[in-house]
Every structure is written in C-alpha cells, then in structure tokens.
Design a protein around this ligand. Sequence first.
Ligand SMILES: [Zn+2]
Ligand SMILES: [Zn+2]
Length: 225
Amino acid sequence: MRCSWCQKEIIRNLTMQEILWPFYLQAERCPSCSELLSPITEPCCPTCQKMGQASQCQDCLDWQDVYPDYKFQHHAFFQYDDAFQAWIHQYKFLGDYQLRRTFMAELRKFLKKEKFDVICAIPLSEERYLKRGFNQVEAFLTGANIKTQKLLVKKMNTVPQTQKNRAERLMTPQPFEVIVSKEDVQGKRILLVDDVYTTGRTLFHASEVLNLYQPSEIRTLSLAR
Ligand SMILES: [Zn+2]
Ligand SMILES: [Zn+2]
C-alpha cells in the first residue's frame, strides 16, 4: 500500500479484519506524513473549534447576531498550518487528484459516530470547476466512499474571504442557490462539507439558503481550520 500523501510504500502487516474483509482496507498516510499534521486540540471554541479559546469565540458570537435562529456547530480535523497548506496546495492548486484519499480515515471515523441524511460538498462556480477539472471537496468525499448529494450551485465566483475585513465579509453577496425541492431538505439532518474553514462566510451562506427549507439540523465539517 502506498501513502495517500507522499506515495511512498507503507510496509505493515494487515490486520485479521483486513485480510478477511478487504473492504476495511482504506487509504492511509505513512507515519512521517501523519506526523506533519497537527490535530485540533482543546481548549478550542465549542462551536467553531478555534484553538486557544475556552469559550465561544468572538467570531461565533458575531455570527450568532447575524443568524440568531441557526444553531451552528462545526467540526474540523486539523490545524491550517504550513503542513496542511502544503497538502492543499498540491491537491487543489496543482490538481494532484491522487491526494483525495489522504483524509479518508478521519472522514470515515467521523461519519461512523455522526449519522446524516444528506452529505453535501460546497460547490464550485462553473468557471472554477472548468478551470480545476474537479470539485476538491466532492472528490475527497467520494474518494472515501462517502455518498454525497448536490443541494446547491454556486452562481458566481467570490474573492477569497481571507482578503477581506469583517464588514466586507458580511456584505459578500449570497453566492449559492438551492437546486433541489423542499422535500429533499425539510426535516433532514444535513452535513455541509468544505476543505478549509477560514471565516465561516462560505458555510454560513450555504446554511442560510438551506435553512429556508427547514432541515432538522445543519452541521458543518472541514478538513482544517
Ligand atoms: Zn507519506
Ligand atoms: Zn468560534
């Protein structure tokens, strides 16, 4: 088996479960790649997992003012540090599609604990999609054998949120549109997935349009934050 990041051969004995049911064999990282990544650790904000916060962070309190009826709850696996940035650069910007399985184990573990009716990847605009050739979020989900459903389209390209101040972020126009009928959303427990959580703007926008169709809950997930 090869490392799902650096592609070096991983030599280890298979477990009895993997020998009997090869279905359990999943992509994995070699120890040196795994060591590069830093998991999110406590203390962190209970709603967005911003580290170094024992209680809800100011960003989350601000979002609560904007969306008082939305019970936001985000989960992220790793810190957005140099190592994660190197991974996302290779995967997303250089288009190294092989890397879509790097986080398979974390995704599967999370979905073993948490059950959802619908799992939806944040879409790209058509222009971005044509340029990149794949939706990087959709690809890491389906790469982990996770069934997804398209609920949204992105009507326009937006400037990266990191290049804006708070006021500009809040003024960003709604880029998403729901493309399914109300029955596909109403009463459903939905998981929205993105690659990175930076300001929350993208996920709050996506939740905003879906919340109009009264899902029972919308939770959000990203690989890093
Ligand atoms: Zn490796
Ligand atoms: Zn927070």
